[in-house]
Design a protein around this ligand. Sequence first.
Ligand code: NAP
Length: 481
Amino acid sequence: MPSPTFQNYIDGQWVAGKTFENINPADTSDLVGEFVSGTAADMADAVEAASRAFPAWSAMPAPARGALLYRVADGLERKFDQLGEEMTREEGKTLPEAKGEVRRAINIFRYFAGEGSRMPGPVVASERDRVHMWAQRKPVGVVGLITPWNFPIAIPAWKMAPALICGNTIVVKPASVSPLCAWRIVEACREAGIPKGVVNFVAGSGATLGKALIEAPALRAVSFTGSCGVGEWLHAEASKRRLRIQLEMGGKNPTIVLADANFEQAVENTVNAAFFSTGQKCTATSRVIVEGAIYDRFLKALVARTKKLKVGNGLEAGIDIGPAVDQSQLETNLRYIEIGRKEAGEPSCGGHRLTGGDYDKGFFVAPTIFANVTEKMTIAREEIFGPVLSVMRARDFEDAMRIANEIPFGLSSSIQTSNISRVFEFVEQAEAGLLTVNLPSAGVEYQLPFGGSKDSSFGPKEQGPAAMEFYSDWKTIYLKY
Ligand code: NAP
């Protein structure tokens, strides 16, 4: 059977062109689909279409926009199982993880659909007689949304839904290795009856389309999630035009394990945060900082638990960890493992590509733990974005906090402890936007602000009520009656 071709969606039309392949990283003989590789001209057309659609969409009452977003959520729900399987095939994460992410995308659409009926704005008392004053939200205009491959449905959803409910029109540029999930949301938007031009989709080369997007005259804002290098370039270009910009980028997230922690739970949380989704979560733990008193025992238990993880094709039952997303990420993982060998010696487990049998069909790496990692080592400082964990020793809580904070990133940070005072000290001192206590560092919900600090992020937070800040502006009104 020929593989399906997924076209770009511009001004309510499917647009054809040259294609590129979307391949299953667990089985490279499985072609998920062909996607049209958009050109700079396609991107320019998409921004113009969004600009034409803006007046009518932004004038529609927000609850009516919300009603359409509820229909998008219903459309995704109808394809729930299919979407989960497609995500596992294009990104590699296990089927339960993929279905959990589809559920989250549906919930996000419903959450922001509801915001359409609220759209709160302050009404406050004036100092002047017979003056009524209030502020109301207004949309920004055409917004470009550039998304990464690792959460291929949740991230497009958490940008698209708040952008649309606020009355903006959008152009979505998905990651080239996993564009299908975002395409499915766009399909659901079309089927829900969102008017032409409001939602546009252009897949293809990030460099070509990113440049065309940022140069499009009608563009007003860009929301980007991805690597620091691309984020920095976008920020520099957007600043030249004073475009509104939001960046969510890399991390090197710590989990601190204190001697008083629930030991078994701390092991489980660390393994989950470091290795699930193949370590390809921006909030994954890549450094576990363990108090000296339990260091040896913890390392032993961590290695024993990690060795039990089943790596394989995420579509199969019982698999804990899928493949790296593509050849390039596989090579990055193996390169950092070699750097780790030179810096910290032989890993305590893993340290190689998995081969033989079905492993030869995909990009599988054994979950890898390096012990005795110290602060200056490259593997303790640079984002790897794979199943590679550095174990670091701390003298005490203060030393652990110092190590945790001594990096340029600030996305997520976690502590495992039963000492409530330590918990509050951690909350006060941790230099990160997302904190967890006695939970894995990864695994957030959509109802609260999401985003990092330091070099990990720039601009207003995503998700929860905070998401409205980036996608809207205020209009303040003073009225004499
Ligand atoms: P990436 O290479 O930066 O790509 C992200 C997106 O940007 C893709 O759609 C990519 O398109 C596009 N792009 C590439 N070059 C571009 C350019 N010059 N101009 C505009 N867009 C361009 O990142 P990734 O490898 O997909 O994702 C992994 C990174 O994302 C990690 O660093 C991870 O920490 C970060 N991340 C952060 C968060 C967070 O919330 N902080 C969440 C998830 C992931 P192509 O695919 O066509 O290259």
